[in-house]
Design a protein around this ligand. Structure first.
Ligand code: ADP
Ligand code: MG
Length: 429
């Protein structure tokens, strides 16, 4: 049973906020009524509260599935301040003993919320235990991960619909910031939502200003980005670069110009290094992070004043997500896209690349990279390229063609069975 509650009173009591933000009251209402809900709100709009508030009011257990350990940890820490003893998490980064205690407390009815990673549901031991808990809400945060149309598909999300049904959860709430109707419909279908209450709020972010800054060259971009970030008011800042090498290079250049330690974040760095960079940025110790799109979901820092893009992102949706990390506190913030005309080539490159076998592509690219000397010159037999790539000569030639169209290599006229040219860019991504 759920005690009759005035949601606004509960909002005030638990969170100290005066009013719901748009969409929150409808989502909270659905959860208190035990109805399925699909909540689509932009990043920073306040999705977490849509399930946290009902979870604290309800007298059963709310299971929250969240894809990132760092996201979970942040949420659990801030909730533990609001409602001590009501929330815990299960993940592979805490000890087996800690996980056992958390699970036991969830089963005994001690907890209001338990955060779990999606891969937990693959463990029969976990399912057998948690089955004994009285589960009210089954929350799927970052629910676009369930959809192949989303930009972050996770196979582990596939199991969740079955899990929610098996555990006899009263209601499922799915939340995402991904606004396309195709993804929303896919989420509803894959999670088997039953006549869900659909809550969608505007994607306008009036405090963000957007601008495209045309640049002549990479050096010109670096200069202009440095000029923007020189201004203290434009920090903290995230600078997205298209490639790992691009990040390293830009961070060095900004560090020199601004005489600062500029941090780098990309998937090529060890996990603990990445975690340290993220922590330092969140804590305000690192004013500027240069990152690939790997710096993503877990970044929930309210006071980011500028998000720069050194290259054009893969899709408008990706741009919205990344730029949307600016100004989550509602204060003015800027989103700047630095673009030069050859950026389009890079896109053509990545689109075409998906049409060529990835492994073959990588092998050719690496071989050229290895051959290119200090001046970037390479000269390779097409047969050799075809061998390392496991393809035929024509395909090897086509792959070099893609690299050329992307402006990454400049082939010279060459005899039919050789490829000669200069390496001018990097494709490490
Ligand atoms: P999302 O998951 O949609 O990206 P979060 O749930 O992380 O957003 O919330 C973003 C910020 O908004 C948090 O700092 C949260 O405390 C704040 N917030 C949420 N709801 C309200 C509200 N009704 N009034 C004031 N601040 C709120
Ligand atoms: Mg969120």
């Amino acid at each position: 049973m759920i005690a009759a509650t005035d949601p606004r009173e509960a909002l005030h009591r638990h969170f100290g906020f005066d009013d719901f933000r748009p969409g929150q009251a409808a989502a909270v209402g659905a959860a208190l009524d035990g109805r399925d809900a699909l909540v689509v709100m932009p990043t920073g709009a306040g999705k977490s509260l849509c399930y946290q508030l009902p979870a604290l009011v309800r007298d059963d257990l709310t299971l929250v599935v969240s894809p990132l350990v760092s996201l979970m940890q942040d949420q659990v820490e801030s909730l533990a301040r609001i409602a001590p003893g009501s929330v815990a998490l299960l993940n592979s980064q805490q000890s087996a003993a800690e996980n056992r205690v958390a699970l036991a407390r969830a089963v005994s009815g001690d907890l209001r919320l338990l955060y779990v990673a999606p891969e937990r549901f693959a463990s029969p031991g976990f399912v057998a235990q948690i089955e004994r808990a009285r589960i009210g809400l089954f929350v799927v945060d970052e629910a676009h991960c369930v959809s192949q149309w989303g930009h972050d598909f996770r196979p582990d999300y596939f199991r969740l619909a079955d899990a929610a049904r098996y555990l006899r959860a009263r209601a499922i709430m799915a939340l995402t910031a991904t606004a396309t109707p195709r993804v929303a419909d896919d989420i509803a279908a894959r999670l088997g939502l039953a006549e869900p209450v659909r809550v969608t709020t505007g994607f306008d972010r009036p405090n963000l200003s957007f601008a495209v800054v045309p640049c002549r060259s990479k050096q010109d971009k670096h200069r202009r980005i440095a000029a923007v970030l020189h201004d203290l008011e434009s920090r903290p800042a995230i600078v997205y670069a298209g490639t790992r090498n691009g990040c390293e290079e830009l961070a060095r250049s900004l560090g020199r110009t601004l005489e600062l330690d500029v941090a780098v974040y990309h998937a090529g760095l060890p996990r603990d290094r990445r975690a340290a960079v993220q922590r330092a940025f969140m804590a305000g110790d690192t004013p500027i992070v240069v990152a690939t799109n790997a710096f993503g979901m877990g970044v929930d820092k309210a006071d980011v004043r500028t998000v720069c893009h050194e290259t054009v992102p893969q899709s408008v949706e990706a741009y919205y997500q990344e730029a949307g990390r600016a100004g989550r506190d509602g204060r003015p913030a800027r989103c700047l896209l630095f673009s030069e005309s050859r950026d389009k080539g890079l896109h053509v490159f990545f689109i075409e690349r998906t049409q060529v076998e990835d492994a073959a592509f990588g092998a050719v690219a690496r071989r050229i990279h290895r051959q290119a000397g200090d001046n970037g010159r390479y000269e390779l037999d097409l047969g050799v390229l075809a061998d390392v790539a496991g393809c035929d000569r024509d395909q090897a030639r086509a792959i070099v063609g893609h690299l050329a169209r992307a402006g990454l290599v400049q082939p010279a006229p060459s005899p039919p069975d050789r490829t000669i040219g200069r390496l001018v860019g990097s494709w490490d991504r």
